[in-house]
Design a binder for this molecule. Sequence first.
Ligand code: GLN
Length: 473
Amino acid sequence: MADYKQYKQQVLSGETTVVRTVQDFLAKAIQQKHLNAFIELWGEESLMRAAQIDLQIAEGKGGKLAGMVIALKDNICYKGHSVTNSSKILKGFESLYSSTVVERIIAEGAVIIGRCNCDEFAMGASNETSAYGPVLNARDNTRVPGGSSGGCTVAVQAGMCHAALGSDTGGSIRQPAAFCGQVGFKPSYGRVSRWGLLSYGSSFDQIGPITSNIYDCALLMEVISGTDGKDATASSNKVEDYTDLQASNKPLRFAYLDTCLNNKGLDEELRTQSFAIFEQLKALGHTVETVEFPYLDYLVPAYYVLTTAEASSNLSRYQGLTYGYRTEEKGDLDSLFKKSRSEGFGREVKRRIMLGTFVLTSDFYDAYYTKAQKVRRLIQESTEKILESYDFIITPTTPSTAFKFGEKTKDPVAMYLADIFTVQANLSGHPAISIPAGVHSNGMPWGIQLMGKQFGEKKLFSFSEELSKIVSP
Ligand code: GLN
């Protein structure tokens, strides 16, 4: 697919229009409905908006994203539009306000084409827990697209939009990007406002782009990043010029974690391919060294204790009164809450609410919650320390390529382990990107992940552009 720069050129030269582009995307989305990427297409509205943008461009106005066609994950609020987090419990609910990211992309001329399927409440790594059914990987329909932003990623993969905005609490942008051969970016915690994102684990959640190339990803980040009076965790650090992708003129230092590359769960071919990339980097004069990271086995447990605890609190607001779904059964207030929640939430969400409630009970708080907080601190410190001596941490994004439907649904722990290489960045707050790294002999794409220094987005994008040229499939 043409990147935004080329497309903008085509619009300016009259080769295409934004309206025609939206029509094409809509047609592709309808033709490939079986992939189940979109829950809802805002066809008429996006065509009207496209016509306005065409006029603006003709008048030489158009913003930074003029005519870029973007899909939203079904957990990002857009005023007057439904948002359900792919859950029955939010059936019929409409956003009363727009998220900050939506306001920012609209102000720069983006066209929002629809909302995309995801794992229910962004809890999952395969997009199999959605109340709207699974999303299919466009490369191989028997395989998962990854999750939880599976719909967004397939919408980009299958050419139904230029880009999408997803959310990443433990890998939900980078993991599907790796499974579908796209670029996925998890910003530094606090880089992007969470205002209007339906919360899962508030101290982990970040909104970020899924795109077909690095430039578009950097461009979207330039627009959505920055301080926001509506989110106290949004940083006031200056937003740099991320699209100024500069080739590094000095050798860089890469760390890879011994425990990650020698992990027994890592696919043999991905291990060999990763080492081959390290050799290519060395041949270019960079340093690639192994570092000790003794916490790999603690990443997933700490992540699941803390995020389920936060989720159990965040999801307590869905009780059948304020939002969306309410049970039909008559009864007192207590039973209305219980029935609505029992009927409205799916199995995985219930499992996590119970887990989170358990780790927060006074009897077990110290044994689980406090301990996991301490582990999080150790992980943060250790990651920070590695990044004091190295520019980037480099790993495969996932331990395997996209797996088959049903392969992990009976074993939640096997599913949770799909996140083993991505959760570190969420626990520590560092930015991380997944870049398409090649194709496995099973025909599926895989991704290489780079983690950078806190608020080191600019350098991360610049080097990602270089790396993507080296590894491009
Ligand atoms: N797979 C992880 C989970 O299930 C990540 C989800 C996410 O990043 N939203 O929690």
